[in-house]
Ligand binder design. Sequence first.
Ligand SMILES: NC(=O)c1ccc[n+]([C@@H]2O[C@H](COP(=O)([O-])OP(=O)(O)OC[C@H]3O[C@@H](n4cnc5c(N)ncnc54)[C@H](OP(=O)(O)O)[C@@H]3O)[C@@H](O)[C@H]2O)c1
Length: 315
Amino acid sequence: MQEIRIHPKGPHISRLVYGAWRMLDGGLTEQDIERNIQTCIDLGINWFDHADIYGNYGCEEFFGTVYKKIKSKLPELHFVTKTDIMLFSDKYPSRKVKHYDSSPKHIEESVNNSLRNLGIEKIDILLLHRPDPLLNADETGVCLDQLIETGKVSYVGVSNFTPSQVSLLQSRMKNPLITNQIEISLKKIDPFINGDIDFLYQQKIRPMSWSPLGGGSLMRSVADLQKNASSSEISKHEKAAPSLSQIILDLTEKYHTTENAIALAWLLRHPSGIIPVIGSNSAERIQQMAKSLDIILDREDWFLLYQAALGKEVP
Ligand SMILES: NC(=O)c1ccc[n+]([C@@H]2O[C@H](COP(=O)([O-])OP(=O)(O)OC[C@H]3O[C@@H](n4cnc5c(N)ncnc54)[C@H](OP(=O)(O)O)[C@@H]3O)[C@@H](O)[C@H]2O)c1
């Protein structure tokens, strides 16, 4: 697996990261989780993305239960996790509303929980999950620096932050914010247009892309199109104005690959060094996605997909 340096002062990380958000969906067993971890390792994906809140505060613990059992047989794994979202959850019955808490007290508690749940001694990258309107940049900046200095966390970053929110927090810190994990995909192209990616690129901060397949909706549209391929009405329409799904399907033939790999190759082609965080619970699909690294989409193919995602020709 290729690696990429996430920031000039940050670590090299696997070109794809495996996300654990959906791990408790679909009744996965401990054996399934072990299989998916092993599949990732076999493919060279050795970075795992978590958050304290995933699975209603259950994913880190479930993953950690499996990981603690098999850790001694595995190569070193690396962990991203997140803090500051306070879910309105049965786990916290006294909470009145979903909110954010970027206070040092909450961040420290959350870090300690994540370390314990995952069974690790250090979090490789800690992200503030969502921008907190009540963020006290001075206090939170000091807290993040201290977590690095005390050795609980190696690096810090943010998620879903605008450029000005990144700049504000960074202005109060000694250590660099090494990534901003944002939603980027063929279903969510705004970051290419609204300046989010340009800003990160300019700052030499690699963006991590969450839901790189649009949370699966993109792939489900492709599958629907495949099912309806025999309908002449759809074929006529597709001929006149090929949809994003049709273009993805055409490109799977041209590049001898799967639709998952085409959608990820589109992100990987961007020079800012987008790092997709993949979220499939299927070992077969994880393997398909790793093939995206063997594909370099040619410029016009990239634009065919971009045009379809945009819904019109570029100006
Ligand atoms: N920072 C944030 O705010 C934030 C927000 C959301 C997510 N994340 C991170 O990003 C990671 C990835 O997000 P995601 O899970 O939404 O990513 P995704 O890769 O866009 O979507 C994964 C979903 O797509 C489905 N899928 C994939 N290929 C498919 C196909 N060919 N046909 C039908 N369905 C297909 C998967 O189903 P199968 O399991 O059946 O393959 C899975 O349900 C998360 O795990 C989390 O770590 C971060």
